[in-house]
Design a protein around this ligand. Structure first.
Ligand SMILES: [Zn+2]
Length: 180
């Protein structure tokens, strides 16, 4: 027996669309969920077995189906400042086309009367997970002096943050811009 753990592929999430595609413009709501296994980046990931939800609409278009909606995913990760375990929910809007003649990197395949939402949801999750998680917006990190709540010299260590937003080291401010 091989001891190498097989990395599971994206789960399948099949929708049958023969009825939907009888007429252009037909629409149908879609509410599906899949269990996440191995959905992870280096700094954050979906708890093993947690559910990822897709809520949206399918609509028949020429040669395919367009899927619009929202993907909601729970995540855990390590706060980039204090390194504590932290968690949250992330959401992403999706608008994707499933096409009888898919274009690599642009549209997803429609095979006969079936489309598989699994790979789309999987890829959306990987684009949505935080790259640099924070336990809270005003986390001061393990060394508050490096994340002063007010300009240095004005605060004693342990003071509560002032009402003003804490001053942030410009190196970390760049990371803040990554938040979606
Ligand atoms: Zn933190």
């Amino acid at each position: 027996m091989s001891t190498a753990a097989a990395v599971p592929g994206p789960p399948r999430l099949i929708e049958h669309v023969a009825e939907l595609r009888r007429r252009l413009g037909n629409r149908r709501e879609v509410h599906r969920s899949i269990e996440a296994h191995g959905f992870a980046l280096s700094a954050s990931g979906v708890p093993e077995g947690a559910e990822v939800h897709l809520d949206g609409m399918l609509e028949a278009i020429p040669n395919g189906v367009v899927v619009t909606g929202t993907v909601t995913v729970p995540w855990t990760g390590e706060c980039r400042r204090c390194l504590d375990e932290t968690h949250g929910d992330a959401t992403a809007e999706v608008r994707e086309i499933f096409d009888l003649h898919p274009v690599e990197g642009e549209t997803w395949p429609l095979r006969g009367d079936e489309l598989d939402l699994g790979p789309m949801v999987h890829d959306t999750v990987l684009l949505t997970l935080p790259l640099a998680p924070l336990c809270s917006d005003d986390c001061r990190g393990p060394a508050p002096a490096e994340f002063p709540a007010v300009p240095s010299g004005a605060a004693e260590p342990g003071d509560e943050p002032a009402a003003d937003r804490p001053a942030i080291d410009p190196r970390w401010a760049a990371l803040d811009d990554l938040d979606l």
